[in-house]
Design a protein around this ligand. Structure first.
Ligand SMILES: [Zn+2]
Length: 284
């Protein structure tokens, strides 16, 4: 009896793996351009699956990606601590819509030496009043105003596990806990918060961890950068640095293209911490 159950389970897993493989191949080889304005089909076709074999990744817009996120909160952009990252996450870009039809990137993702800070999103030139659209189907988690930061901003959680953030809007036209479809207008471009000149600051995050939106969205060409974006935990390498004589946190941060506050957070130390030569610090 035990053997039979094990065999059934094994068969079930193989079936799910096959369905996933077929979905990925279809996406890879369909070859048609990604629509930029319209709503494409929904994520996972519902597959009748015995409860004990369910991998829990149902397309549930009421509780998007509840298999990944420990909670639903309208409070904080990135409040996840002690979360378990999935080994991999597949983002099907056929389900995506470009958030704006603007093709002009004004600031890239990543470390900015001039300001010694990390830019966790892409800046795209938009005019005040330009339509901003939801990147995927999802549910609005945050709709807030932050005077010194994001200005009027929205965070949407998507069933695929991604969260997208849209900042510096002049107007938000969706409310918290509202379900939106890919391509649906969610706000208007603007210049609110810490912003000089109207633009859209666009972030893509998984469990709060920022991912370069350019891996998925190609704004200059107005298309998906890839048919299927695969996030892999193994690609996120931890990086360590051995303190040398004369090092300061500022110098270590600059040398490793990161910030003092990021190093402090990673190592649980304060900005005034005394460094010892030979001490190992995590820098990424
Ligand atoms: Zn920005």
């Amino acid at each position: 009896m035990q053997d039979f159950t094990t065999m059934l389970k094994e068969l079930g897993h193989r079936l799910i793996a096959t369905i996933q493989a077929v979905l990925v191949s279809v996406a890879l080889f369909a070859g048609e351009p990604v629509p930029t304005q319209v709503v494409p089909l929904s994520v996972m076709p519902s597959v009748e699956c015995p409860a004990h074999l369910s991998i829990g990744i149902a397309y549930d817009l009421d509780n998007p990606a509840s298999y990944l996120y420990p909670e639903w909160s309208n409070q904080y952009v990135h409040q996840y601590r002690d979360v378990v990252f999935p080994d991999s996450l597949v983002i099907m870009m056929k389900e995506a819509c470009m958030p704006t039809d603007s093709t002009r990137i004004t600031d890239k993702y990543g470390y900015r030496p001039r300001r010694a800070r990390v830019h966790y999103g892409l800046d795209i030139k938009v005019l005040t009043g330009d339509t901003i659209r939801a990147a995927f189907d999802g549910k609005v988690r945050i709709s807030r105003y932050e005077r010194r930061g994001y200005g009027h901003y929205l965070v949407i959680r998507h069933p695929n596990g991604l969260e997208t953030l849209y900042a510096h809007l002049s107007k938000k036209i969706v409310k918290e806990n509202q379900i939106v479809r890919a391509g649906e207008p969610i706000g208007l471009g603007g210049n609110t918060g810490r912003s000089t000149g109207s633009h859209l600051h666009f972030e893509t995050r998984i469990l709060g961890k920022p991912i370069n939106p350019a891996f998925m969205f190609n704004f200059p060409d107005q298309c998906a950068e890839t048919d299927v974006y695969v996030y892999r935990k193994s690609d996120d390498k931890e990086v360590y640095y051995k303190v040398k004589s004369g090092d300061t946190l500022t110098r270590i941060a600059a040398r490793n293209e990161t910030t003092v506050s990021s190093i402090c957070k990673l190592n649980g130390i304060s900005r005034n911490a005394v460094l010892r030569v030979g001490q190992t610090l995590r820098v990424n």
